[in-house]
Design a binder for this molecule. Structure first.
Ligand code: 13P
Ligand code: SF4
Length: 322
């Protein structure tokens, strides 16, 4: 039976409530913990034990003492959880949910990039494959990237990848001259200045807040720039009542929950496509989450040698951002 057929048969006619109940029961039975990124669907965030941004989820994965980790996010996130927990069963609802930014940095090209800059330290975004992590000195997320770059001696040359927008933002923030890999996230890179200015005119009084994966032409209009968790925190603490949010709109679920009286407007990509959505994050459906737990599959595996090499820069990141 194909996966699609199994999905239809096992979950046909099940309501969201029933699926949530069954997932909760399986979680107990398996001694499992469900981790979900803020960009997943609201019902996935509802089913999860821990919802967070990339750094919070990596930290959570480091300290888990359950037998099974179920990761609702994109592939590199579940892979990172497996690297940190080689002895645990790590499951993912849909292993085809990759991150196009991570996939835009192939191993051979990145190796050549490193070799072209001998002596440079390689800091890479956690949105990268295990093979790229293995070629890197330090991993970072958007939450700790600035903090990590600031700890590097000023005379040390740095190469940064794969996200060029985050890299440019870090260069501006820290005054460091870094050599950038030219990758980007299609969700955040789709925002442009013209529609942002239009949105600000349409919603006077609303604060524009943005993720550093956005282009500089957008970031320069933002009153606050930060990782998904930092944006959430900002909206809770700011006295402003409305926000134009230039990041994946999955975070609006938690923002609305945490600040029920405030208004959150997803930043427009353009008038025809008002929301910039990460299709890969949305591949995690409740049906697939339930099935992966029921079948204890698909399982994430990482070759032992690759795991050892990829663990080093992740550990370095966790030490440097403790
Ligand atoms: P953060 O979780 O660090 O905000 O990164 C956003 C992202 O695009 C994750 O894939
Ligand atoms: Fe990758 Fe962008 Fe989706 Fe994050 S939002 S998983 S960086 S494509």
């Amino acid at each position: 039976m194909t996966t699609a057929n199994a999905l239809q048969q096992e979950t046909a006619g099940l309501s969201t409530e029933t699926l949530l109940e069954r997932i909760a029961a399986l979680k107990k039975e398996m001694n499992a913990v469900i981790l979900a990124h803020y960009y997943t669907l609201p019902e996935i965030q509802q089913a999860a034990d821990i919802v967070g941004d990339s750094l919070a989820l990596a930290r959570a994965a480091e300290g888990i003492d359950a037998d099974v980790i179920v990761f609702a996010g994109v592939y590199f996130m579940a892979e990172t959880a497996k690297i940190l927990n080689p002895g645990k069963l790590v499951l993912m609802p849909d292993v085809s949910a990759g991150c196009p930014l991570a996939d835009s940095c192939p191993e051979a090209e990145f190796r050549a990039f490193r070799e072209a800059h001998p002596g440079a330290l390689a800091i890479t975004y956690i949105n990268s494959t295990a093979a790229i992590k293995a070629l890197s000195d330090i991993t970072c997320t958007s939450s700790n990237a600035e903090h990590i770059v600031r700890q590097i001696p000023p005379e040390q040359k740095i190469i940064f990848g794969p996200d060029r927008n985050l890299g440019s933002w870090l260069m501006k923030r820290t005054g460091r001259d870094m050599i950038l890999w030219q990758g980007f996230c299609y969700v955040h890179d789709a925002y442009s200045e013209v529609y942002m200015i239009q949105a600000m005119a349409n919603y006077p009084g609303a604060e524009l807040i943005a993720h550093p994966e956005c282009r500089d032409e957008v970031l320069r209009h933002a009153s606050f720039v930060g990782s998904t968790a930092a944006l959430l925190d900002y909206t809770i603490k700011s006295p402003s009542q409305s926000f134009i949010v230039a990041t994946e709109p999955g975070i609006l679920y938690e923002m609305e929950k945490r600040s029920p009286g405030k208004t959150f407007i997803p930043a427009p990509k353009d008038p025809a496509h008002p929301r910039s959505i990460c299709k890969q994050m949305k591949q995690n459906t409740l049906e697939k989450l339930y099935l992966c737990m029921l079948n204890r599959s698909p399982e994430i595996t990482v070759d032992a040698t690759l795991r050892e090499a990829a663990l080093r820069p992740i550990r370095k990141m966790l030490e440097m951002s403790a």
